[in-house]
Design a protein around this ligand. Structure first.
Ligand SMILES: Nc1nc2c(ncn2[C@@H]2O[C@H](COP(=O)(O)OP(=O)(O)OP(=O)(O)O)[C@@H](O)[C@H]2O)c(=O)[nH]1
Length: 203
């Protein structure tokens, strides 16, 4: 068996059913699975090679189970993560409280992990604005308070999830969704701070 080299570990965190698996499915396989919701048990792993400038960088994405029953297990998966995508469902205010919980955890236990706050299911809100339970500005204020980037996404439509054109790794305005960004030729293994990770594109 050959060992896989992972350049950057990314962890998905958030309450159950917020849409973490769907985000990963959309990002990695460009699809949205319909059918009965199946909760993640423990955690799932997927590797995603991406082209960054002239380099290929492999993201190792850990999709954790949101159920509180697996909380202790999720802690194992965020250890050593370069980035955490902390998800909340924009139609479920309790999921935002849960997102706050994970942010606090990361701040206490993984201070070098870069946090991305990700609102999910924007298509539902576009269909019916009354479904929105988390005001965009409240989430944005929270993101600013914790020094995180904030995105509102839909895995169903693909909005703000996916890879945009990485033709120019120095043109930050054309970036990106869910991609590690480096300046060309940077050795991720040695220069942790010379890249940043962006989970989703904010229009
Ligand atoms: N309309 C809509 N539904 C979504 C979206 N993302 C996820 N869902 C639905 O929300 C439910 C939960 O999605 P998952 O991706 O399994 O959620 P999860 O956060 O991985 O859940 P756990 O594994 O329990 O932690 C499923 O029925 C999805 O189809 C979205 O962008 N739009």
């Amino acid at each position: 068996m050959t060992a896989m080299r992972v350049d950057a570990k990314v962890v998905m965190l958030g309450k159950e059913s917020v849409g973490k698996t769907s985000l990963v499915e959309r990002y990695v396989h460009h699809r949205f699975l319909v059918g009965p919701y199946q909760n993640t048990i423990g955690a799932a792993f997927v590797a995603k090679p991406i082209q960054v400038g002239e380099k290929v960088v492999t993201l190792g994405i850990w999709d954790t189970a949101g159920s509180e029953r697996y909380e202790a297990m999720s802690r194992i998966y965020y250890r050593g993560a370069r980035a955490a995508v902390v998800c909340y469902d924009m139609t479920d205010s309790s999921s935002f409280q849960r997102a706050r919980f994970w942010v606090k955890e990361l701040q206490n236990c993984e201070e070098h992990c870069k946090i991305y706050l990700c609102g999910t299911k924007s298509d539902l809100i576009e269909g019916d604005r009354s479904l929105r339970q988390i005001d965009y500005h409240d989430a944005q204020d929270f993101a600013e308070e914790i020094g995180a980037q904030h995105f509102e996404t839909s895995s169903k439509t693909g909005k703000n999830v996916g890879e945009s054109d990485l033709n120019s790794s120095t043109d930050l305005t054309t970036f990106t969704q869910f991609s590690v960004i480096t300046s060309t030729g940077v050795d991720l293994g040695q220069k942790k701070d010379s890249y940043f990770y962006s989970c989703c594109h904010n229009n």
